[in-house]
Design a protein around this ligand. Structure first.
Ligand SMILES: C[S@@+](CC[C@H](N)C(=O)[O-])C[C@H]1O[C@@H](n2cnc3c(N)ncnc32)[C@H](O)[C@@H]1O
Length: 291
């Protein structure tokens, strides 16, 4: 989906990832909570782009006996995850070329990892060979706009992040998957200035500045902007959480309007401020609606 160089950055970030990845941790909690009303039984699952295992740990709280397989392209991320979940099975692989056929997982989960894939739509087509349910969270278009705007205002266009709109994502899923539930969550995280925000990205392995070198941007100009932009900045993570089921029979479009489903939608906003503290729920539409 985007052309950022990332695997080396995740390697570097692995050891300290848990100290900084508060949005990812909170998102994993909310993502797994989305599954609860379904009542599905999970005996085995694969955590795709598992990182240090936030989603796995949340799933094991509900399904303590489930067999957990953790797939990641970063060996150090897998090492950290295994130290937390020793009984898990690590798989060092690129999810986009991994052969899921015959794996027979009940569930695949991907918490804030699929946005790094080059072709999420193709990945979704491949995944059906290996599991019935897929639970994922992904940032939507507009996420981190404050960050890119801060550079744009200083004459530097960072590469487009290539995130989906909600409707595009639903269309992408439609071919193969029934949406059983989804939720849109806005996380806000504030930093004292632009360079703190940049350091935060680096600390969680998303090194936007390095990535720009490949696009031919002047690193010195970026460094100068980071040094001089002193205004506080709040970053928005506009995230879609989604629980989908493989539509075995294809054909009719049951997307969202699934007779046996419990599709609902909730918007809520969470504020996370430095240093790594979870803020209050600012706004929540708690009237969950059945579709
Ligand atoms: C932002 S981290 C999220 C990690 C974790 N899911 C969490 O909740 O904290 C993204 C992770 O996805 C992994 N990743 C990115 N692209 C991948 C790919 N194509 N195949 C496997 N893992 C990938 C990275 O190595 C990194 O550990």
């Amino acid at each position: 989906m985007n052309s950022f160089r990332f695997s080396g950055n995740f390697e570097d970030a692995a050891c300290n990832y848990d100290r900084y990845a508060d949005v990812q941790r909170r998102c994993a909690e909310k993502l797994v909570a989305l599954l609860l009303p379904s009542g599905i039984e999970v005996h085995s699952f694969i955590d795709i782009g598992a990182g240090t295992g936030f989603a796995t740990l949340e799933l094991l709280k509900i399904f303590p006996k489930a067999k957990a397989t953790l797939l990641d392209v970063s060996p150090r991320m897998l090492d950290v995850a295994r130290s937390k979940v020793p009984a898990s099975i690590p798989v060092l692989a690129n999810a986009e070329i991994f052969d899921f056929s015959g794996c027979g997982f009940d569930l695949a989960v991907a918490n804030l990892s699929a946005q790094w894939f080059h072709d999420f739509a193709k990945f979704l087509q491949r995944l059906v060979a290996g599991c019935r349910y897929f639970l994922f969270s992904i940032p939507l278009r507009g996420s981190f706009a404050e960050y890119t705007s801060a550079f744009a205002e200083n004459g530097v266009e960072l590469p487009a992040l290539g995130y989906y709109e909600e409707t595009e994502l639903v269309d992408t899923l439609r071919d193969t998957w029934n949406i059983r539930a989804f939720q849109r969550v806005v996380f806000k995280k504030s930093f004292s200035n632009l360079i703190s925000a940049a350091r935060h990205f680096k600390n969680i392995g998303a090194n936007f500045v390095d990535a720009t070198e490949r696009g031919g941007f002047a690193q010195s100009k970026i460094s100068a902007i980071l040094r001089t932009e002193q205004a506080p900045i709040t970053l928005t993570y506009d995230v879609l959480l989604c629980f989908v089921e493989f539509r075995e029979n294809g054909g009719a479009d049951e997307c969202i309007h699934n007779r046996n489903g419990y599709g609902y939608r909730q918007n809520c906003r969470l504020s996370l401020d430095m240093p790594q503290q979870f803020g209050e729920v600012l706004e929540a539409d708690t009237n969950w609606r059945r579709f």
